[in-house]
Design a protein around this ligand. Structure first.
Ligand SMILES: *Cc1c(COP(=O)(O)O)cnc(C)c1O
Length: 464
């Protein structure tokens, strides 16, 4: 029973279902992002067995077995199985089984990671170890940074944006329209003024538009979110150019705050040679975030927030009840997540991440090339592991390959578990299906000029 044996599954139990209805996200309806797999769960009811222990235990075991089977089906990444996850940024390449034994402890890192709270069952030594690693990674001295392991990239973004807001209460937030919806959410939660900046076709911020908008709002300080890898296209804003644009527009260093959203690519870019796009506190940035469950592959959703130690006074309150400083957004915090991160970073270290990054980039280039050869519209930004391609016409195909879609485009994420074999199967299937989708001459593949540029578009007009 302890193993949730799927063989014990009672067929009558509810199965976790994925609906194919899309949903809109974000504050601004113009930037609706339609994901095709809005998770719709039939619930597993809490039942009263009126003291019948056997029935109760059977019910729990059967439910878990059903659920485990479902998880296995959805995350299986070997070939020849039903689902192949190539569309979402979660790394399935890790093994944390040895940490099962920690699940019997209610580990809680409530409050500040750097002060000892009253609650003894915490994992702060792991958390600070992980934070030190990321601080070094982002080129900030140990005694100059502050940070914590958050519940995800979103909370880390919120913390960074809130620091900017506290520093400049009348500041205006500038973020490109390709920013993650967590930015819009923060703007809404913190009642901030927002100026949305246009993007280039690649998804990178449009520096001319940024400058025009800065000049139009010169009297207010600027709080800027730099996208270090946009969600859809993997485009990276150039931090140096953002700073240069601010300065050229008359914003001195004491009138701007920059938060870098590096959810996926923040950990990838330093392993390539493009200094201007790497998150570095040697530049005048205020904070940065990276998701722990994306490239690093932590099975518990989490994120990392790093900021300058001086800035934390904008947040701190001393709370007698919990003793530590209160500078985090959440109160109780997951104490298991930092241990998983610690293990992942210790097992692999720099060399291993480097190897994975190189492999992912190679596969991304391979997929892009194959798509182009097959005359399928596709784009790959420099230093990105996201291949943007035309949205497949068939919802069933999208669901099978777990592809996130937005308008006419979708994308494939070349995470470390995505092999060349998987890509070949994906390509063969896509090419075969397209022959059926577009066999009638009157239905043509969409033109993607505005989404990915003429040079990447393979529609009837642009045929590259
Ligand atoms: C995924 C993502 C986030 C949010 O991260 P979560 O960990 O899902 O909260 C933020 N920004 C970007 C660019 C992302 O891709």
């Amino acid at each position: 029973m302890n193993n949730f044996d799927p063989a014990n599954t009672a067929q009558s139990l509810a199965v976790v279902e994925f609906s194919t209805t899309g949903f809109a996200e974000g504050v601004n309806s113009k930037r609706q992002k339609i994901l095709s797999k809005n998770l719709e769960l039939k619930s597993f009811a809490i039942k009263d067995f009126e003291g019948n222990k056997d029935d109760q235990e059977d019910y729990i075991a059967n439910t878990m077995a059903t659920y485990k089977k479902n998880l296995t089906d959805r995350s299986e990444h070997q070939l020849g199985t039903k689902a192949d996850n190539i569309g979402y940024p979660c790394n399935l390449e890790y093994d944390y089984k040895n940490l099962n034994q920690l699940l019997c402890f209610p580990i809680n890192n409530i409050g500040d990671p750097f002060t000892d709270g009253n609650f003894g069952i915490h994992s702060r030594p792991f958390e600070v170890g992980v934070l030190d690693w990321f601080a070094e990674f982002m080129k900030i001295e140990k005694n100059e940074y502050w940070g914590y392991v958050t519940s995800g990239g979103t909370e880390a973004n919120h913390h960074g944006i809130l620091t900017g807001r506290k520093m400049f209460p009348n500041g205006i937030l500038y973020a490109s329209k390709e920013s993650h919806y967590s930015v819009a959410k923060a703007i809404d939660m913190f009642s901030m003024k927002w100026v949305q900046v246009e993007t280039q076709v690649s998804g990178e911020i449009d520096y001319h538009d940024f400058k025009t908008k800065l000049l139009a709002n010169k009297e207010f300080p600027a709080i800027v979110v730099a996208n270090i890898g946009t969600t859809m296209k993997g485009a990276v804003d150039d931090i140096d150019l953002i700073i240069q644009t601010l300065k050229e527009s008359g914003f001195s260093q004491n009138r701007f705050y920059i938060h870098c959203d590096g959810a996926l690519s923040g950990i990838i870019l330093p392993f390539m040679t493009c200094e201007e796009k790497v998150i570095s506190f040697k530049k005048p940035i205020g904070s940065a975030s990276i998701s722990g469950h994306k490239f690093i592959g932590c099975p518990i959703t989490c994120g990392i927030l790093i900021t300058r130690k001086d800035y934390i006074n904008f947040h701190s309150r001393n709370i007698e009840y919990i003793a530590p400083r209160d500078a985090t957004i959440m109160g109780s915090r997951n104490g298991h997540a930092p241990i998983f991160l610690w293990q992942a970073l210790n097992k692999g270290g720099y060399k291993w991440i480097q190897k994975q990054v190189e492999e992912c980039l190679k596969n991304a280039r391979y997929l892009k090339e194959c798509l182009s050869k097959a005359r399928i519209s596709a784009m790959l930004n420099e230093g990105s592991i996201i291949v943007v391609l035309e949205r497949p016409k068939d919802e069933e195909f999208i669901r099978k390959w777990q592809l996130a879609c937005q308008g006419n485009i979708s994308h494939v994420l070349l995470m470390p578990h995505v092999s060349v074999e998987m890509l070949n199967t994906f390509l063969d299937e896509l090419i075969a299906k397209r022959l059926t989708w577009y066999k009638d001459e009157s239905i043509l593949p969409p033109c993607l000029e505005v989404d990915i540029g003429k040079e990447n578009c393979a529609c009837a007009l642009h045929k590259c």
